[in-house]
Each structure stands twice: as structure tokens, then as C-alpha cells.
Design a protein around this ligand. Structure first.
Ligand SMILES: O=C(O)c1ccccc1N[C@@H]1O[C@H](COP(=O)(O)O)[C@@H](O)[C@H]1O
Length: 226
């Protein structure tokens, strides 16, 4: 089983094309104005069309967004997935999923193993979980902070939920992260940037290559992801 790769915070055609060339699985577009990766709906629609044409699944990354905001994104960008990266309740996640008929990836900020217990009420609602680190003090961003958490906490997960690991992943730590977590999918943003919001095509290459090397070095131990 191959590890799914999501490259997030794409904002240029070149970065979308490189993600496709590298056979990444998902391309994420950020709708959060304080983020250096924020894209307008128009830009996201154009880039998402390009990504889809190259076989990438597109993800709209939103944070506690209301229906009007989501309506506009879904109508224009036509994402394959909605990522909910804020404090969306299980009820809100359920409403979003039903309203758009799209799979939902719910993000959780993890510091301690106990943070993983918060996923329980989302079972049967979220199609996939995303585990990110808690933002550092003073950060304006709920994600994209380049900060990792202790991957050993993931050993406490019950069953084999469909999830992606994120938070501070780079070409240098992804092998260890995969070895410890056995994550079925990984999500990277700032770890493939030369400056906040600027994707570096060489760093994208290196990251994906490091994931593929980790797969070979540490063959499948039961990873799965629909
Ligand atoms: O990347 C952002 O700016 C962002 C803003 C708002 C919500 C989520 C955001 N990004 C998510 O953060 C993680 C990983 O980030 P990093 O690799 O540590 O930089 C990823 O899930 C992005 O979707």
C-alpha cells in the first residue's frame, strides 16, 4: 500500500504541475485570509481545474467557515474534499458533509495523547482525520506553522482510522515520522517552502522522494486509506 501524499497551500500553476508530476494524491488550497498561502476563490478555481485535469484530488482548506463562504467555494472551485481545520463541532461537520455531498477531512490539533480522544464523536461523520500539531503561542494560524507533535501518540489510536499526518513534516523527518506513526497518508505545507507561502519545486521533489524511500525501507505494516 502506498502512502497518500497531500501537498497543501498551493498557489501557482508551477507548484500544481509539480505536485502532479510527482504523483502526489491531493492538492490543498487555503482559504484563510491571515495565511501567507491564502488564495482567492478565482485563483483556487483555476488551479483546481488544472490539478483535477492531472489526476490530483483537490481539497478546500477552511477554518470555521459559514455556509455562505463554503457555498461560494464549492460552487466555483468544485473541490473533491472539504478540510475543516477549525473548531467545527461534530454537528457542524455533519451539516457540511450533507449540504455539499462531499467527503470531509476534519483536522485536530495534537499535543498529548489525550487530544486524540476528541476524534471519537466524529467517527461516522468525518471521512478522514488530519492530525496536526497545536499552533505555537502567538501564531495567527491554526495550521501551516511548521510544528510537529510527538508521533508516538498515534500508537494510542483505536482501530485503524483513515487519517493523514501533518505538522512540521520535511524531507529530513518524514522517514522517522512514517516509521513511528505508520501513517497511511501525509500532508505537507511549509516543509516544502523556501519562504512562507512560496513553494519550492526542488523541496517538493525531495519530500516526495523521501516518502517513497520510507515506504521501501519500512514496508506496509497495515496502512490503509480508502
Ligand atoms: O497552511 C496554512 O497556512 C493553513 C492555514 C489555515 C489552516 C490550515 C493551514 N494549513 C494546514 O496545516 C497543515 C500542515 O502545515 P505545515 O506542514 O506544518 O506547514 C496542513 O494540514 C495544512 O492543510
Amino acid at each position: 500500500m502506498t502512502i497518500q501524499i497531500k501537498i497543501c497551500g498551493l498557489s501557482t500553476p508551477e507548484a500544481v504541475d509539480r505536485a502532479a508530476d510527482l504523483n502526489a494524491d491531493m492538492a490543498g488550497f487555503i482559504f484563510f485570509e491571515k495565511s501567507p498561502r491564502h488564495v482567492s476563490i478565482g485563483t483556487a478555481a483555476t488551479l483546481a481545474e488544472r490539478a483535477r485535469a492531472r489526476g490530483l484530488k483537490t481539497v478546500a482548506v477552511t477554518v470555521d467557515m459559514d455556509d455562505d463562504g463554503l457555498d461560494a467555494i464549492v460552487a466555483s472551485m468544485k473541490p473533491d474534499w472539504l478540510q475543516l481545520h477549525g473548531g467545527e463541532s461534530p454537528e457542524r461537520a455533519s451539516v457540511v458533509k450533507a449540504r455539499y455531498g462531499l467527503p470531509v477531512m476534519k483536522a485536530f490539533a495534537i499535543r498529548d495523547a489525550s487530544d486524540l480522544t476528541r476524534i471519537k464523536p466524529y467517527h461516522g461523520i468525518a471521512d478522514r482525520f488530519l492530525f496536526d500539531a497545536k499552533p505555537p503561542k502567538g501564531s495567527d494560524l491554526p495550521g501551516g506553522n511548521g510544528v510537529s507533535f510527538d508521533w508516538r501518540h498515534l500508537a494510542t489510536l483505536d482501530g485503524a482510522p483513515s487519517y493523514m499526518l501533518s505538522g512540521g513534516l520535511t524531507k529530513d523527518n518524514i522517514g522517522e515520522a512514517i516509521g513511528i506513526s505508520q501513517a497511511p497518508g501525509v500532508d505537507v505545507s511549509s516543509g516544502v517552502e523556501s519562504a512562507p507561502g512560496i513553494k519550492d519545486l526542488g523541496m517538493m521533489n525531495d519530500f516526495v522522494q523521501a516518502v517513497r524511500e520510507a515506504e521501501v525501507a519500512q514496508p506496509d505494516q497495515g496502512r490503509s486509506q480508502e
